[in-house]
Ligand binder design. Structure first.
Ligand SMILES: Cc1ncc(COP(=O)(O)O)c(C=O)c1O
Length: 363
């Protein structure tokens, strides 16, 4: 046997050094102490009754494959957003759809531009595709530097992510800025408006990507059922894109990726939208309360339109995360940069605020 044959299967060079995706830590309270998970931007509310019933009823047939075409869900989404069904493609969470977008557009030698820091899956899925990440630093106010992103475009650029609101800072891109940016992007570069947190936006100047994409063939919108809709564990997201891109997504999707539980729960959620949006309104009210309290404590808080707040703690980030954990709330630290804290149930937010107040005095 040659030494090569004993060294195991040959894996792609492109996979070397891929940073591991760090999921938010679970909450583990010691000895019955309260423990809240504010580390993954999840919805703290349990599923709405009608939604749980839809999923439970679908569970009775999980010996069968799901509808591979997600036809009923796609029809519901097309109607809800006023777009042709052929413009809607689903996937295993919006991160699954984002990965398909990369597979469809980018490979070795190509470049993918995104703001940084932004959603931590972008560099991972870009590297898996074989393409090169081009990270454009956020501006001092935590917003996308769209001029610098334009300047970063080269003939190798294939895809640009615009995360609006941005994870983890919560900062937004406004309509006029976005339109100006899109006018300047070459028409053969796909711009992905990642709107995972769209339902939490209350700033009227933030565009709805579904309106923006309509007359722009190189723009598509990513949305998810994981955040406002509270279906994170079921893994379903979707893209609204012009036909060639949507078709490419269907070609690259994992067959049968979206379970029937997820499809039926998503449809039930769309039909229970009023009740869901009430919960979203309650979370937005909590966000405003948390931000005001932090400002009153003396923190500088970036303007957030998402279901989380961002504290740029620099070197104190991990100390802060440890203090929160000791108090019973798990937050998401990005060592050396800052911490992202999801808006959760009132009790969890209060625990976080109490910790923040004490910690603030140590800065
Ligand atoms: C900006 C952004 N996009 C996409 C996702 C992916 O969500 P999912 O795959 O659950 O739809 C997340 C999740 O944290 C996110 O923050």
């Amino acid at each position: 046997m040659s030494s090569e044959s004993t060294s195991g299967p040959r894996l792609r060079e492109a996979l070397k050094g891929i940073p591991a995706y760090k999921p938010g830590k679970p909450a583990q309270g010691a000895d019955g102490a309260p423990a809240f998970k504010l580390s993954s931007n999840e919805n703290p509310y349990p599923p709405l009754p009608g939604v749980l019933e839809a999923a439970t009823s679908a569970a009775a047939s999980f010996n069968r494959y799901p509808d591979m075409a997600c036809a009923a869900l796609i029809a519901e989404l097309a109607q809800r957003f006023g777009v042709p069904a052929s413009h809607v493609a689903t996937g295993t969470g919006s991160v699954g759809v984002a990965q398909s977008l990369l597979q469809a557009t980018s490979g070795p030698g190509d470049e993918v531009i995104f703001a940084w820091r932004s959603f931590e899956a972008y560099p991972i899925i870009t590297q898996i595709s074989g393409a090169t990440s081009v990270r454009v630093p956020l501006k001092a106010d935590e917003t996308h530097d769209l001029d610098a992103m334009l300047a970063a475009i080269t003939p190798r650029t294939r895809l640009i992510f615009v995360c609006n609101p941005n994870n983890p800072t919560g900062a937004v891109v406004h309509r006029e800025q976005l339109e100006r940016f899109l006018d300047a992007v070459p028409s053969d570069v796909l711009v992905v408006l990642d709107e995972a947190y769209n339902e939490f936006v209350r700033d009227a100047d933030v565009p709805n990507g579904v309106e923006v994409y309509r007359d722009r063939p190189n723009v598509c919108v990513l949305r998810t059922f994981s955040k406002a809709y509270g279906l994170a564990g079921l893994r379903v997201g979707f893209c609204i894109a012009h036909e060639p891109v949507a078709e490419a997504l269907r070609q690259t999707a994992v067959p049968f990726g979206v379970s029937q539980l997820a499809q039926d729960a998503a449809i039930a959620s769309l039909r229970s939208e009023e009740a869901l949006l009430e919960r979203v309104a309650a979370l937005v009210a909590e966000r405003e309360r948390v931000v005001s309290a932090l400002v009153a404590q003396g923190w500088t808080v970036a303007t957030t339109q998402a279901n989380f707040v961002w504290l740029r703690l620099g070197e104190r980030t991990t100390d802060f995360a440890a203090a929160c954990e000791a108090a019973g709330v798990v937050v998401r630290p990005f060592a050396g940069e800052g911490a992202r804290i999801t808006i959760g149930e009132t009790e969890a937010n209060d625990l976080f605020l109490q910790t923040a107040e004490v910690f603030r005095k140590t800065l």
